[in-house]
Design a protein around this ligand. Sequence first.
Ligand code: ADP
Length: 259
Amino acid sequence: MVADRAPAPPVAPAPKTPRIIAVGSGKGGVGKSTLTANLAVALARMGRKVGVVDADVYGPSQPTLFDNKGAKPEGRNEKLVPVPSRHGVPVLSMGHLVEPGKALAWRGPMAGNAMAQLVDAHWGDTELLLIDLPPGTGDVQLTMLSKFKPEGAVIVSTPQDLALIDAQRAANLFETGKVPIIGLVENMSGYTCPSCGEVSDPFGKGGVEDASEGTGIPFLGRIPLAMEIRISSDAGSPSAAGDSAEAEPFRDIARKLSD
Ligand code: ADP
């Protein structure tokens, strides 16, 4: 007689890799990190389990935006454990791995490998990862396209032509890698003088929307140039975490991503 077999122990489900949305730009300084952090915070406020990978080797700024500078991620089973933030968004950044200012030395495959470590980490129940890419079209982007297939990319640009031409180059890279461009965002679009209310356009206006019409890539929205956005970013509490008027454009774009 064959003894009854003990039931097999339940097999722990393999951890799911979060879905990935890459945030890219052609140039540095156009607000890619600011947008990434604000979208993550807005999505978290909508109840989404979202994490941020800061792969910007040239200037990792997510530890500042999420106020967890100086944190050192732990390792478990040879993988990194993301650093929590007070906005409910776990973060892993190049800036958590190296001293500020030293990341620049990481060019080429080393930067690509570092990015891979940040993505292939213990993301737990995180369902969506936003990746803040370095500007341009270098090794980090190529590693990301070959190792992790983002479900889409958001491209941010300021309105003026020069930034737009570079943004187009970034968009081409994603298209070549068969990653759909979810849409374009125009940042630093219009400035309202806090004293007189006059609206001016230091970087022009509408260029990104025009590019969207020209290319057929959806236009996701425009973010104004606003002191509040810069101050909240520097204070480690992105605008979308609060209830200022500046939070709304970020929330609006987050809603479009969430659809
Ligand atoms: P990138 O990631 O493209 O290099 P950042 O997000 O780091 O750019 O932004 C560059 C600088 O511009 C930061 O000091 C940031 O606070 C500021 N900034 C970005 N977007 C805005 C905005 N819409 N209004 C005001 N300041 C902004």
